[in-house]
Design a protein around this ligand. Structure first.
Ligand SMILES: Cc1cc2nc3c(=O)[nH]c(=O)nc-3n(C[C@H](O)[C@H](O)[C@H](O)COP(=O)(O)OP(=O)(O)OC[C@H]3O[C@@H](n4cnc5c(N)ncnc54)[C@H](O)[C@@H]3O)c2cc1C
Length: 385
């Protein structure tokens, strides 16, 4: 059994850590918490990342990326999450993010959508959630009906991240309501300037981002924009969410919690109350120790799940565990970090309050923790003879 990261990933980790310490942490509090990094800040950073060979790290080699996989993405994601300089969603420091759904595109779809996306010429959004279908996407009502030589899509999608910047959307819609469960939904690529696509309103959140409601009103989509097989949409959407759970809701909270632990230890050493540094108080030491234990457990869970994903093994249940544990762990660690900092922890001088608001969201998005627990328990019970 091998618990160490392979040497190439250790090198990658050290390189990214050094980059984050040198380029990002010093400027992090000057960058407003927003959905996207302003281009004048992002582009010079991207140029440096490219020079260092940190570009399209997890994109398959056949598509022009480094092909390092999900474990590499998680190792890098944890390091980058240690700074509040970049948004925790939609972080494009190491190039455009390619959702696993788009890996299913055929060559024609790649030419029109995937390669332009990887070159930075087109941007994408992912549209699954609806006003009445969030935690339970199988209850979606957006319909795609065969009309002529293509499809007509009608429905409303809600909370779609960066829809206003997207050139195309990956849209999940019901193609056959009579098909067996899991085979009713298909996945389509829809150009956002197609007649009938309308940005209805944005929903500003406590995290600083503002996802969009998008209306699809008799939107005509050619046959060649169906991704994968008809009826495969639900499985494709779940694949997208699995990667999100392990990276965005696993590795990213581990990185944020790690930095919060570093900040709480640094502060506990220098802050003196009642004649002694906070670091000498057992109540504070326990908060530090509990945080370190939980971060350690979370990191191991993320690495193992990502490694298994890269081997093509089943990670469904493990990804639920990662999501639940990491998303709750980071909320506990941030709460302790703010507590140890006292009032200064509540101010915008430190990244803690920003992360506290942002990390509250990941217990809900891309699979509420209750739903993850429910699915996990159901699978465990089914598997027990
Ligand atoms: C900032 C942001 C960005 C987003 N970006 C996207 C995006 O790009 N694309 C996209 O498609 N969606 C996106 N979403 C939507 C997000 O994934 C959904 O909001 C999420 O899945 C929850 O759906 P809901 O809000 O409808 O909650 P509901 O389905 O109404 O559930 C509400 C609550 O009920 C509880 N619950 C639900 N089911 C169960 C159960 N079976 N057992 C026990 N408790 C349960 C949970 O506590 C849950 O939080 C985004 C949301 C936000 C806030």
């Amino acid at each position: 059994m091998e618990f160490e990261l392979p040497e190439d990933l250790k090198l990658l980790q050290a390189t990214v850590r050094e980059f984050v310490e040198r380029e990002l942490i010093p400027i992090e509090m000057t960058i407003p918490a927003a959905e996207e990094t302003p281009a004048e800040i992002l582009e010079p950073l991207q140029a440096k990342a490219r020079e260092m060979g940190l570009w399209l790290i997890d994109v398959p080699e056949e598509l022009g990326g480094a092909g390092l996989g999900l474990l590499a993405r998680c190792v890098v994601g944890e390091e980058v999450a240690r700074t509040a300089a970049l948004p925790f969603r939609g972080n494009f420091l190491f190039g455009p993010q390619l959702s696993p759904v788009l890996l299913e595109c055929d060559e024609r779809q790649r030419e029109t959508y995937v390669y332009p996306l990887l070159r930075g010429e087109k941007r994408a959004c992912f549209a699954q959630t609806e006003p009445d279908a969030g935690a339970d996407p199988s209850s979606m009502t957006t319909r795609a009906e065969r009309t002529g030589d293509g499809w007509t899509i009608t429905g409303v999608k809600r909370f779609i991240t960066l829809a206003h910047r997207a050139d195309f959307a990956t849209v999940l819609a019901v193609t056959d309501p009579e098909a067996p469960r899991g085979h009713q939904i298909s996945c389509f690529l829809v150009d956002m300037d197609t007649p009938g696509v309308r940005l209805e309103r944005s929903w500003p959140t406590m995290m600083g981002d503002a996802p969009w409601e998008v209306v699809f009103d008799d939107v005509r989509v050619p046959e060649e924009n169906l991704v994968g097989e008809q009826g495969a949409g639900f499985a494709l959407g779940q694949r997208f969410l699995t990667v999100g759970r392990v990276h965005g809701h696993g590795a990213v909270p581990v990185g944020i919690a790690q930095r919060a632990l570093e900040l709480m230890m640094d502060y506990a050493r220098v802050r003196v109350t009642f004649g002694a540094p906070l670091a000498e108080r057992q109540a504070v030491q326990f908060m530090i120790a509990d945080s370190a234990i939980e971060i350690h457990a979370a990191r191991l869970m993320v690495h193992r799940c990502a490694w298994r994903y890269d081997q093509g093994l089943d990670t469904r249940d493990e990804s639920y565990m990662v999501k639940v544990y990491c998303s709750e762990m980071v909320n506990r660690v941030l709460d302790r970090a703010i507590q140890i900092h006292g009032s200064i922890g509540l101010t915008t001088d430190l990244p803690l309050e920003r992360w506290f608001r942002q990390m509250r969201s990941i217990r809900i998005t891309e699979g509420a923790t209750e739903v993850m627990r429910w699915r996990l328990a159901r699978n465990l019970l089914r598997a027990r003879p």
